[in-house]
Design a protein around this ligand. Sequence first.
Ligand SMILES: [Zn+2]
Length: 148
Amino acid sequence: MLLYQITAYKVIIASRKNINTIFCMRDLDELFAALARSRFRSRFRLGKKEQAYLYDKGMDTIRRHAFDFVNQRIAPAHPVHDGKQTPMRGHPVFIAQHATGTCCRKCLAKWHRIPAGIALNEEQVKYIVEVLCTWLERQIDDQEDVRK
Ligand SMILES: [Zn+2]
């Protein structure tokens, strides 16, 4: 069942190439290449618990969680405890946030050219969720490669 979900999800990813023409933020290929060059960002990996949670819940649910976290913790103009609102473990999305520079408004400004001090709009929230789910997808792919 989950494998089917992941396969279906990959089809959706294939249609995402146009994302930056719609949202005018950062090209995802260019972004992921830059993240791979960052020692700090490229260190982040899912732990065993987060991996198991991701497989157990499936990407659709994790994507909903990502929306909720971004809306609650990142989207306000001045988020509560900005810079410290994203735990280092406990949920796959938290790790994806640190790995992709979407953990706080300062990192969003630096990595994604999204200015701080202004509430995120709907497109920006969608873009961030795409970034997070793309990172998580790549983690799943990497782990499946290891298993082969
Ligand atoms: Zn940050």
